[in-house]
Write a protein that binds this ligand. Structure first.
Ligand SMILES: [Zn+2]
Length: 642
């Protein structure tokens, strides 16, 4: 169905949308049948039929990536027992031009592929089948074919025998409760589906124009169904508070948005955003009703994404590429700003006690992390394919050269929110910026659901800031220095305006960069062929890469070294090591010895002052909040309810 608007402009847009939707549905859909003959063995059986195949070769693929997860995942590895047929049922032998593709030639205009796919991993990316549920993320489950991107799909699920499963999904319903449709491939792949005996709750929300939507929570869990009452009540507070940031809810297709919850002791933890739904999972038991409260932050984060990413989408992610890793320089905004808003919305909705230092903790993490010297926020974002649940066998140095774009982006969001508030005495905020991004890039919609008409570029994001702040120089400066550059905003000044103090955690304390990180094990007893440690193996084992620029780094110490002596005295335990550093003052030199690959190396460490910072409430330092600080802080944390 099509949703109308009020202005003449949106009526034209709606008419275009209906025309496109109608012409697309004139093509026969790709048909899927998904069944679970033996769920205890963790596989689904999938039958997919492509009608009207116009090319001599049908190129069937399994995805290599999944919406919202940026690393390569190689879902093809779990596909087995593949058979291909033509429209009359004659078996054809597919060829394999790549590890992810099955080419079918010699068909009669229709191709049917039947396969099994294994999955036993509950999260927002993979497939999980067991007797309690079929938890399907479509890229991990369904083959698709090149050239059919705009073809609608029709998918019928057959539940496991004797199960009490029911379907929950953002796919479009039909008159058959087990059959759904999707208008195009992007929407199909974006539609996780849960078949289980879940607990369903729903409530209605309303936009300023009077349009209503149903928000539902379909939660698969092991607790008493009554615990979901608190869960759904929290979801209602969260979604309404989030909508106040943007001024309205997006128009959810089919009028519904669904939280697909999986809270099982044998499950996994994750949250993954989609257009009209989200997968929210945690390895927990709702037999303990307290556990319910531990899930709210993920609900808040993921729901914010139904604007930010799902509709306000960077051009680098549009359309989503299922054939490779997706690289985006804008994840500091797409993920990081969402990360900032998650707890802020919980605070405004009174689901979290106000904790201003916690809301800016990401900034403290970035300040304390020397990795920021190597990559800007844009460049950190571009590392997502190597960090977002990426698997690698070889060593990498991400620990010392990478800061998550979640953390980095949340730090930038805090700086931008507090900067806008500071400049305007609280009149202009980050909410105004998000709303501007929504009006220009999200709200206009697209030619078909999950196809975005006006995705934004880095320049667009910069231009919206110039408009919202009314100051092009401020916007250029902020982007040049803190987003595309590697400089830090003046957090000390920004924090002060809301009564927060940024200060050294251990002012004047001696520091070598190896006190509480990268050192482990105490007494190191590496296995020798004889099984007994030798004297040279006793010491403090440096168990992680050493941070750049630290005194330890400059002394040439690295992961794997065993520190055996300091100031001429033997070091056997971490306590020995910390005591050896503590007797010094910043500026001192300390001779050290370490064992590298069986050889003793002598070096000198130049003791520095601990540069670690922390943020605390002004009140905790014994000073009172000024009326201005109190007003600025209250405005920041207050519900936007009018
Ligand atoms: Zn996210």
């Amino acid at each position: 169905m099509c949703f109308g608007g009020n202005s003449s402009r949106s009526i034209i847009a709606t008419a275009v949308f209906c025309f496109v939707a109608a012409s697309a549905s004139a093509q026969p859909p790709v048909e899927y049948k998904v069944s679970f003959p033996a769920p205890e063995h963790h596989y689904a059986e999938v039958e997919v039929t492509w009608p009207d195949v116009a090319t001599a070769t049908l190129e069937a693929r399994m995805s290599r990536s999944s919406p919202g997860r940026y690393a390569i995942h190689e879902f093809a590895k779990n596909v087995f027992d593949v058979h291909a047929f033509d429209g009359r049922g004659k078996e054809l032998k597919p060829s394999r031009p790549s590890a992810y593709q099955w080419d079918v030639t010699g068909h009669d205009g229709a191709v049917r592929i039947i396969y099994k796919v294994f999955g036993n991993h509950v999260d927002g990316t993979y497939l999980a089948v067991d007797e309690s549920h079929a938890h399907m993320n479509m890229p991990a489950t369904l083959m698709w074919a090149r050239g059919f991107d705009m073809r609608p799909a029709r998918i019928t699920f057959q539940p496991a025998q004797n199960s009490r499963w029911r379907p929950a999904t953002q796919l479009y319903p039909t008159s058959d409760p087990w059959t759904f449709t999707a208008p195009n491939l992007q929407y199909l792949m974006d539609s996780p589906t849960e078949l289980s005996d879940y607990t369903l709750r729903s409530f209605t929300v309303k936009n300023p124009d009077g349009q209503e939507f149903t928000i539902q929570t379909a939660v698969h869990h092991d607790g008493d169904p009554s615990v979901i009452t608190e869960y759904a009540a929290a979801a209602e507070k969260i979604v309404n508070e989030a909508a106040r940031v943007f001024g309205e809810f997006p128009v959810f297709e089919n009028g519904t948005y669904t939280f697909l919850g999986d809270y099982l002791p044998w499950g996994g933890g994750d949250g993954m955003e989609h257009r009209n739904s989200t997968v929210v999972a945690q390895a927990t038991s709702f037999r303990n009703p307290q556990a319910v409260r531990g899930t709210f932050d993920t609900l808040s984060h993921e729901f914010f994404h139904c604007w930010n990413v799902e509709r306000i989408r960077p051009k680098t992610l549009e359309p989503f590429n299922f054939e490779g890793a997706n690289i985006s320089g804008e994840l500091w905004l797409a993920e990081g700003f969402t990360q900032y808003y998650g707890p802020l919305i919980l605070t405004r909705a009174a689901l979290l006690p106000p904790d201003p230092p916690d809301l800016v903790q990401s900034a403290v993490t970035v300040i304390n992390n020397p990795a920021r010297q190597f990559r800007s926020a844009v460049e950190m974002s571009q590392m997502a394919p190597f960090s977002d649940a990426a698997v690698s066998i070889d060593e990498n140095n991400l620990r010392t050269t990478f800061i998550s774009y979640y953390t980095y982006g949340a730090a930038i969001a805090a700086a931008l929110d507090l900067s806008l508030r500071d400049r305007s005495n609280g009149k202009i905020t980050l909410d105004d910026y998000m709303r501007a991004m929504w009006m220009v890039h999200g709200k206009p919609g697209g030619p078909s659901p999950a196809i975005i008409a006006k995705p934004y570029t880095l320049k667009d994001a910069r231009d919206r800031l110039a408009e919202v702040s009314g100051d092009r120089t401020f916007a250029d400066d902020f982007f040049d220095k803190y987003i595309e550059g590697r400089e830090l905003p003046n957090y000390e000044k920004l924090f002060a305006r809301v009564g927060l103090v940024l200060r050294k955690r251990n002012a004047g304390a001696p520091w070598v960069g190896l006190m509480d990180q990268a050192v482990g094990g105490g007494r190191s007893r590496r296995a020798r062929p004889s099984g007994n440690p030798t004297a040279a193996d006793v010491g403090v084992h440096v168990s992680g890469l050493v941070n750049w620029g630290t005194p330890a780094f400059q002394a040439g110490i690295e992961e794997g070294d065993i520190i055996t002596s300091a100031d001429g005295r033997a070091i056997a335990t971490i306590d020995d090591w910390q005591a050896a550093v503590r007797v010094h003052k910043p500026g001192d030199s300390m001779p050290v010895e370490f064992n590298r690959h069986g050889t003793i190396v002598k070096a000198t460490m130049h003791i520095g002052e601990d540069p670690t910072v922390e943020v605390v409430m002004l009140e905790s330092t014994g000073k009172p909040l000024s009326p201005d600080q109190k007003m600025m802080r209250d405005q920041w944390l207050m519900s936007k309810k009018r």
